[in-house]
Design a protein around this ligand. Sequence first.
Ligand SMILES: [Zn+2]
Ligand SMILES: [Zn+2]
Ligand SMILES: [Zn+2]
Ligand SMILES: [Zn+2]
Length: 276
Amino acid sequence: MRKEAVGGERAAGAAGRQEREIFVKMDSQVLDCTICFEPLRPPIYQCEVGHAVCYVCRGKLCNTCPICCRGIGFSRCFALEHVVDTVKVPCANANYGCKQFIIYYQKEKHEKTCLHAPCFCPEDGCSFKGSTGSLLDHFVIEHKWSPTNFHYNEAQRISIPRHCRFTLLVGEEDQSMFLVVNTLIHMGNALTTISIRPHESSGSCYSSRISAVHCAESDKGRYVFQMDPHVGSSSLHDGAQLGSFFLLVPPELVDESTDGLTINIRIDKIKCVVHH
Ligand SMILES: [Zn+2]
Ligand SMILES: [Zn+2]
Ligand SMILES: [Zn+2]
Ligand SMILES: [Zn+2]
């Protein structure tokens, strides 16, 4: 009997590690530096009575613990290092579809680039936020937008009603969403392109070329053109703003028969350096 039990335990062995995972509820303060309150990461130091401090704070402290005022110095706290290396917490974007559990002290870093972080609906009075996939569904179902699918590196002709603020473009290859924002200003219509994504720094970079053409036969050849070498990206958390690059379409180029703008837009994926 006894032998069997031992054998069984061994069989579970390293492979059975997963089964040893337990769910705990705890005060996260235990995992934070007692001085700066940042999550502790190795190397971790402790004073004589166990006040845990991060290596940054320890460097500033000489040998006296400011919590208990004992001046005996600090030693490494390997036990707590093991703990912080294994404690995992759910991502803040779990509700938006992120299934990851992240080492507690890496949580902030993960969430800065988590692709499930929400994007926001730019329509006035709408408070919807969700992953890019659910935002696309929301645009179509709730606001009856009809997105235009497009290929990168190819010009696409689209018509925009003069008073329509948003036109949604969706990349065929990667389902990335681009919003053409149409703002009425006193000189005409200002058009700007925004890449909708949760973080500035994640994913590809794009350039766009946009031109407005006059449809009337008598006025052929008149057009305005603008290239945006680096399309701005936004989660739209503060709405859709007119970017620094926009195409100004003068009123003469509005097609009077349809009260709309006819534009050619081309979006290219470009190589870019990601700044963190
Ligand atoms: Zn600290
Ligand atoms: Zn202390
Ligand atoms: Zn996440
Ligand atoms: Zn909405």
